[in-house]
Design a protein around this ligand. Structure first.
Ligand code: NAD
Length: 370
């Protein structure tokens, strides 16, 4: 019998809704060709939710998210809602979701696809073997510490981490490293900040539980430099909220395009997968959006939350083969190259997926006959 999963789809605004269509087509396809079934519930979020019921996210949507095995999000926002007060803007829905679902980890893989190595702003030989994940603590640190404020003489924020906050994010990084190349780089500023000395020590204590993982420490300023000098040296980068915010954007740009980057936000009970990009109002409604970041987010969901890594890997491979065959949306096309739209790119990925499936099945048949 097929394994059934409940998925909440939050398409959002602009190209968020367009790439979500691609994600749902992928789920339907994977469901039809494997022993899994997806029961998808779609809810408005962001600007779409403001139009539907006056708020960027409502309690009913949060309930549907809580009941799901995993959540897929497109993107929110658009110029029509830019004049609303901060509390009512579409982007508020993202903070509310993280808080309500306890999503304390942000995972951002940055991988350079061989076919796109020229799209990076760095030299080919520097970026060629980049395949890293930034594990960013998402609900603590200086963005949330109290007291905070400013007057006409001073401005202040508080950087505090508790043992529990550091231990749980360190464990996520160690577990992830075990499934990858076994290396964690803990990034901090322990030469200057006491909160970083605490971070460093707690991460080392957690690492003692993981003899299969090699742990290195790196100061954040050096990490920024090393990321653009030799990104291939990193496997898993573990860091606190603000450092992760900055470093994950640096890592992202190594790969060349926003339209290629997936992400996951994880908590103890819930998980949300989304492309790194926004709603791209400049190209919304034109069918030009690159769906690969969203499709790669589906691959992460299959691997991490639904524990079907073989399906996630096949989808990843399908993306790679589609790019290797030369298919490009406008954002990743070299000048003069032939460009395809969102639907055609999605169709090509699904065709590659079918070819990989067929090859895997005939390989397994051959093994059985042996
Ligand atoms: P953006 O990521 O939407 O777009 C930046 C540039 O990248 C644009 O030129 C866009 O056309 C291009 N781009 C992005 N994704 C693409 C894709 N998949 N295919 C092809 N091209 C792509 O960032 P922005 O313009 O700064 O923000 C637009 C809106 O999105 C704002 O309202 C912002 O608040 C919101 N936003 C939302 C999220 C989210 O929902 N997680 C994240 C970032 C920005």
């Amino acid at each position: 019998m097929a394994q059934a999963f409940r998925i909440t789809a939050l398409p959002g605004d602009g190209i968020g809704a367009e790439v979500m269509e691609a994600a749902l087509a992928v789920l339907e396809h994977v469901g039809a060709s494997a022993t899994v079934a997806f029961e998808v519930t779609t809810r408005p979020i962001g600007g779409a939710a403001i139009e539907a019921h006056g708020r960027p996210i409502d309690e009913a949507t949060l309930e549907v998210c809580r009941a799901a095995d995993a959540i897929l999000l497109g993107a929110v926002g658009g110029p029509q809602w830019d004049r609303l007060p901060t509390e009512s803007r579409p982007e508020r829905a993202l903070l509310r979701l993280r808080e309500a679902l306890g999503l304390f980890t942000n995972l951002r893989p940055a991988k350079v696809y061989a076919a796109l190595v020229q799209a990076s702003s760095l030299k080919e030989e520097v970026v060629a073997d980049t395949d890293l994940v930034v594990v960013r603590e998402l609900t603590g640190g200086i963005y949330f510490g109290q007291p905070r404020g400013y007057d006409d003489q001073r401005g202040w924020n508080t950087l505090v981490y508790t043992r529990n906050e550091v231990e749980r994010i360190a464990r996520v990084a160690m577990e992830l490293a075990l499934k990858r190349r076994g290396k964690v780089t803990s990034v901090h500023k322990a030469n200057v900040l006491e909160s970083s000395q605490f971070w460093r020590d707690v991460v080392h204590q957690v690492a003692e539980e993981y003899p299969g993982v090699t742990l290195d420490d790196m100061y954040v300023d050096n990490a920024a430099m090393q990321l653009v000098r030799q990104p291939g040296q990193f496997d898993v980068i573990l860091t606190q909220n603000m450092f992760g915010d900055i470093l994950s954007d640096v890592a992202a740009m190594i790969t060349g395009s926003l339209g290629m980057l997936p992400s996951a936000s994880l908590g103890d009970k819930h998980a949300l997968y989304e492309p790194v990009h926004g709603s791209a109002p400049d190209i919304a409604g034109q069918g030009q959006a690159n769906p690969l970041a969203m499709i790669a987010s589906v691959a992460m969901m299959l691997t991490i939350s639904l524990e079907r890594p073989e399906l996630g890997a096949r989808l990843e491979q399908a993306i790679e083969q589609t790019l290797a065959a030369g298919y490009r949306t406008a954002d990743i096309a070299a000048s003069g190259a032939q460009v395809i739209g969102t639907d055609e790119m999605t169709r090509q990925v699904l065709e590659s997926y079918d070819r990989i499936n067929a090859a895997t099945e005939s390989h397994q048949e051959a093994i059985k006959e042996d």
